[in-house]
Design a protein. Structure first.
Length: 473
């Protein structure tokens, strides 16, 4: 068995305000189970993760939040954390904002932390939706057809030509002002007028608006890729998987996922990482279109929340692989894994109640064999082949050796539900309380095409019923 030297502490950093981020807990447990001294810098009170027995200490993040364009507050915070720990530590960013901010202050951190070498502000570049579209076009990675309009009129014309509906994204969602009414990172736009109005809020949003062709969700359409890479984009551990349940339903984060090798997904992801010279952990989201082409829709320069799905028979995952790489240790060749299932208990329950169905223990479709990577192409493939992992379920919250976070999650979930129920009852008159009924609205009249744009284009079918916000994590 591979000897795991655990002499270097680890700091898990999360700046977003999501106390139910199970990926943070996964990172704490993954390293803590190997005897690593794990610290966490978290916002929003920490959430259930602070109850983990594998967490040595919790450190408060910057009190006023972090501006990714000027992250001096984060530098001051991490300097204080380093001084309290007393020796260099591996730093693992768990959300996009953290990864982008750390990359901007990396030169000032290198004496205190071991972090991936990502030059030229790489995390911000790949997380930028407009830049990602350009990189995909440059390196022949399939991507949804995308337009970056330069005016409200261009936005309206693009919305008509691409759809409707079309997917509207802000190029740099981490710059969106907190609490801005109607400004979401991703929105489904159903009319040219909506696209025009959204474009007119570009200054408020802080970045450019993108309009993408809508790719309908359905069985076997949503896939993801997780990988850990050494310098130069050399893969250490990688795998592709399929989203089987999501929350919100059809468009949200992974509630249930399965590790299934797919050649097209893996080849596109490995090529992109190699061309970028990417070091560290990444999480990519793909959607399969009606022709069976996997199109990259999101690039996250950090671990995905379900990264523990991709743990081999010995427990090696992308966080452990990166820890080994950054501490100068050899990363063992992975073995076993595909067929494993990941379940985020709270989201899986919500998704099942809202019309989904929990998958059975076997794969719903055939697992496809990924192509081997030859030495000339960059070494043996890090994607693990079918073996000992088949059929094993990895839960996000429950762990027999670490029950505290699961209990805390349940208590918070029940408390939140009770609070919402009480507020709803207070808002209903005492007389005449009744069960809410679904309201069926007549379809809206389709707008005419914008002047001078696609006048001869036949009217597309009515927009499918999808939530206004599309979350692809």
């Amino acid at each position: 068995m591979h000897a795991f030297a655990n002499h270097v502490p680890a700091v898990v950093l999360r700046l977003d305000r999501n106390p139910f981020h199970h990926g943070t807990l996964g990172a704490v447990r993954s390293l803590g189970r190997k005897g690593v001294e794990v610290h966490a810098v978290v916002e929003a009170g920490g959430g259930p993760v602070v109850r983990s027995r594998y967490l040595r200490a919790v450190h408060a993040g910057p009190a006023g939040g972090v501006d990714p364009e000027a992250p001096e507050a984060l530098l001051e915070c991490l300097t204080g954390v380093s001084e309290r720990i007393g020796r260099p530590a591996v730093l693992i960013a768990m959300d996009d904002l953290s990864a982008i901010a750390v990359s901007r202050i990396a030169p000032a951190l290198r004496e205190r932390f071991r972090i991936p070498h990502q030059p030229d502000n790489l995390p911000a570049r790949v997380a930028d939706k407009a830049e990602l579209s350009r990189l995909c076009s440059r390196w022949d990675v399939p991507h949804p057809e995308t337009v970056v309009p330069a005016s409200g009129a261009e936005a309206a014309e693009a919305a008509w030509r691409l759809g409707p509906p079309v997917v509207a994204k802000w190029s740099r969602p981490w710059l969106l002002p907190a609490g801005a009414d109607g400004l979401r990172s991703t929105t489904l736009v159903r009319t040219p007028a909506e696209a025009r109005r959204l474009y007119e809020r570009s200054a408020e949003a802080g970045s450019r608006l993108l309009l993408q062709r809508f790719l309908p969700a359905g069985p076997d359409t949503d896939w993801f890729f997780h990988g850990a890479f050494a310098r130069g984009g050399r893969p250490l551990l990688a795998g592709s998987g399929r989203k089987e349940l999501s929350w919100p339903v059809r468009t949200g984060l992974t509630a249930v996922g399965r590790w299934l090798p797919d050649p097209a997904v893996e080849e596109a992801a490995l090529r992109l990482a190699e061309r970028l010279g990417y070091q560290g952990i990444l999480d990519l989201d793909f959607r399969r279109d009606e022709r069976g082409v996997f199109r990259l829709v999101d690039f996250n320069p950090r671990p995905g929340a379900q990264f523990r799905l991709f743990a081999d028979a010995a427990g090696l995952d992308v966080v452990r692989a990166t820890y080994l790489d950054l501490t100068g240790q050899q990363v063992p060749q992975p073995s076993g894994g595909p067929g494993r299932v990941f379940v985020a208990e709270n989201y899986a329950l919500l998704a099942a109640v809202r019309g989904g169905s929990l998958p059975r223990g076997r794969a719903a479709g055939p697992a496809r064999t990924a192509p081997a990577r030859t030495a000339a192409a960059g070494g043996a493939s890090p994607a693990v082949r079918p073996g000992a992992g088949r059929g094993r379920v990895e839960t996000a919250w429950f762990a027999a050796d670490d029950p505290g976070p699961f209990v805390a999650m349940l208590a918070a979930l029940v408390g939140r539900g009770a609070g919402k129920g009480a507020r709803a009852l207070r808002g209903v008159p005492a007389q005449g309380r009744r069960t809410a009924r679904a309201v069926v609205r007549a379809p809206r009249q389709r707008e005419q095409p914008p002047p001078g744009g696609a006048a001869s284009r036949p009217a597309p079918p009515e927009a499918p019923s999808e939530p206004d916000e599309l979350v692809t994590r």
